[in-house]
Design a protein around this ligand. Sequence first.
Ligand code: G1P
Length: 293
Amino acid sequence: MTSRVRKAIFPVGGMGTRFLPATKAMPKEMLPVVDRPLIQYAVDEARAAGIEQFIFVTGRGKSAIEDHFDRSIELEASLEECGKSSELFDLRESVLEPGNIAYVRQQEPLGLGHAVWCARHLVGDEPFAVLLADDLIQADVPCLRQMADVHAETGGNVIAAMEVPDEHTSRYGIIDCGGADGRVQPVEGLVEKPAQGTAPSNLAVIGRYILMPEVFAELERRETGAGGEIQLTDAMARLIGHQPFHGFAFDGRRFDCGDKLGFLEANVEFALARDDLGPGARDMLERIGDVSP
Ligand code: G1P
């Protein structure tokens, strides 16, 4: 079995209810941060980590994602005609190679674990990545690249981890690492969305995973957990002790783009970080600061 991570799953079947009405006729993964849809950031991060095959687990009403990663011959031709070469370059950059992208439908919204399981035949018997586009990570070295480097050292499962405040632990998968510290920590337990006050630590799972294919057999049981859903966290928890399993405190800043304020903050920070928009964005923020009470 190859230990290099070549395939990535992007679960994009969610309904995006928190962003209605914006997401009534458009997938939430197509919401733009500055000028690129969220899903584009996740795909670019996967590419930077050496991923070669991109598997989208979609649902109804998600065809805009397929169109986004496809060529648009008419648009390319008209940009070429008008001499808009930088736009043309950006457009071509977003396209994935034919045959390297696959779509599978999650027919019912049964949870993240179920979404990942839907891609089992496309992944086969090799380690793979999962990226949740809602978790947008700004980092000098893309987060999944950092994780692939850890995986090359440790083998087994590697999940992204981040400290969260006590009052937020019930929103996440929480890692029990037995009090160990350091960037790479052996995982001793995992619990999905623990009730307030019961979390084993403040270390939350963030939506980047490198997993071993054995997790599919655990997902196959279709056991439900938190929220009555088939949870990826529960299936991963059953691998602990049988294979290497590490939490990795990545270098970078994570924005929760499944939340309106997190999404807004991501837009501001990503604009500030850009050469073309940073100075204008900074002026704008100063103006807003001047008028605030
Ligand atoms: C999912 C996972 C959870 C993880 C979170 C990260 O939860 O189930 O373990 O901590 O993503 O964003 P969701 O946000 O889909 O409820």
